[in-house]
Ligand binder design. Structure first.
Ligand SMILES: *[C@@H]1O[C@H](CO)[C@@H](O)[C@H](O)[C@H]1NC(C)=O
Ligand SMILES: *[C@@H]1O[C@H](CO)[C@@H](O)[C@H](O)[C@H]1NC(C)=O
Length: 463
């Protein structure tokens, strides 16, 4: 395009102006419209976190006048990986897995059933299976439709034939994830995780950990909302997602903080109680000092009531952190640990209480109103059970002075775990990743999903 006839300096100005306009347009697309950044995983995670962090900082500033902990309950344990503060449970992802015994399930090599050519099943649209996740409301042009209430044809399959076939990658469930997970997940359903963005579209499901953001693409075969942070910081909305995978017990695929696969050995919650010479006081480890439930206010009141509280993280810091940074080791030195969540939210029971139990100390718990559905009776002291913090402080003093009273909080350690607890968490002998693969395969085969066992259900077999 010929430039207007004008002296060279003028041309330069026009070129510069054009460049600036282009730059502004580019910045608008990339910064103002963040979804346009969803081009790569690295970019995506970095950006969504920055944005989410900014968003919560804003809302928290409005609510409390203090910035939130960007990772409200990230933990440091012996098993932890230094780069794993991103997500509370990220440490799980770097831990060695339990060995897998390939089980002789006939379904390994099954292909999804052919799309129904017969007249539609009259029940096929009923929502009688309350375990099924909500159907996607949004437009999902490429999503495979499964007839969830197909008569179960699986048990008629030729089992021995299936088991003998070599298990190739083609038979694996492939899950693409925004988390940095790339591995064959030990599982009774062959299960592969990848964060290779080139594989997203061909994956059987996509797992998004986007903290409050809607599913970005709309062309996933199945999109899964993963979130460990509490909904009081990042609302859990099924915008464009097919299935929820969070700490909430209503999640079809559950991801509780307590999972047996990660709480064994050193982290067995029934480890012996702390030594009798443990400090007559409370350890407190929190960075977010602007919590939604004013946990720091409770700590201050306990201190004012004469209870020794050693705050070793940044919130209310008053005590040096031992050279050994490991939370469980720190907790083991104290008779009590302030296991204070950053909000009082149903089902939001984090590693704070389970690590304290594993350390052999007595958690003083502040958080989920239904905490009693998550820990054995008599294993914690619940702040909510006291009329005032002064009354709580008095009870702590009494327990420190009276070994018999104190040891009532350890009696559960030396008995079998309550049956309800064993049953409730039985499914956590499999990892969340494995259970996600089971779920995906179940839906591909048109099988029902059993939320309690976190397995597929057929007429004859539950796997
Ligand atoms: C299993 O399938 C194979 C090949 O599809 C067939 O030869 C065999 O007879 C079947 N076995 C049974 C028990 O149905
Ligand atoms: C735990 O799960 C396994 C496998 O699903 C099952 O066989 C067993 O009966 C379950 N145990 C309890 C106590 O629920």
């Amino acid at each position: 395009m010929p430039l207007p006839a004008c002296p060279p300096p003028m041309r330069l100005l026009i070129i510069a102006f054009t460049l600036i306009v282009f730059c502004l347009a580019f910045m608008h697309l990339t910064v103002v419209a963040p979804l346009s950044l969803l081009k790569g995983v690295d970019h995506l995670t970095a950006t969504h976190e920055a944005l989410a962090g900014f968003k919560t900082t804003l809302s928290s500033l409005q609510a409390t006048g203090a910035p939130p902990d960007p990772h409200p309950s990230s933990i440091t344990t012996a098993n932890n990986n230094k780069n794993s503060n991103d997500n509370n449970n990220e440490n799980e992802y770097s831990k060695p897995r339990v060995a897998v015994t390939p089980q002789e399930h006939w379904f390994y090599n099954r292909k999804p059933p052919p799309s129904p050519s017969s007249p539609p099943n009259p029940n096929s649209n009923s929502n009688s299976n309350t375990n099924a996740p909500p159907e996607s409301k949004s437009s999902k042009p490429n999503r495979k439709k499964q007839n969830r209430n197909d008569p179960v044809t699986a048990p008629q399959d030729n089992r021995s034939d299936s088991v003998e076939q070599p298990q190739t990658k083609q038979n694996s469930v492939l899950v693409w994830t925004t988390m940095n997970i790339n591995r064959n997940e030990p599982c009774d359903v062959p299960c592969e995780y990848t964060s290779d963005k080139a594989l997203r579209k061909s994956a059987d499901a996509s797992v998004y950990e986007l903290r409050g953001y809607r599913a970005p693409y709309g062309d996933d075969k199945m999109s899964i909302l993963l979130q460990m942070e509490g909904e009081h910081y990042y609302p859990i909305r099924m915008d464009g997602y097919d299935v929820e995978n969070t700490y909430r017990w209503s999640s079809p695929i559950k991801k509780p903080y307590f999972e047996w696969v990660h709480y064994a050995g050193e982290r067995d919650i029934q480890n012996p109680s702390v030594e009798p010479n443990a400090i007559d006081g409370v350890s407190f480890l929190a960075r977010n000092c602007g919590s939604r439930n004013d946990r720091e206010g409770v700590v201050r009141q306990l201190m004012a009531a004469g209870i020794r509280v050693d705050a070793m993280s940044s919130c209310l810091h008053n005590h040096p952190k031992p050279a050994n940074d490991d939370k469980v080791t720190i907790m083991r030195g104290y008779k009590f640990h302030a296991a204070f969540e950053n909000g009082n939210v149903r089902d939001y029971v984090t590693e704070k209480v389970y690590l304290a139990l594993a350390a052999g100390t007595v958690p003083i718990y502040l958080g989920a109103p239904n905490i009693n559905e998550f820990v054995p009776a008599g294993s914690i002291i619940n702040v909510a059970d006291f009329d005032s913090v002064e009354a709580l402080a008095q009870h702590l003093k009494d327990s420190m002075d009276d070994d018999i009273l104190y040891n009532t909080y350890h009696a559960w350690r030396y008995k079998p775990l309550p049956e309800w607890f064993v049953e409730k968490f039985n499914f956590t002998h499999s990892t969340t990743e494995c259970r996600t693969c089971r779920y995906v395969r179940a839906k591909q085969l048109g099988l029902q999903w059993d939320e309690v066992s976190q397995r597929a259900r057929t007429a004859q077999v539950i796997w």
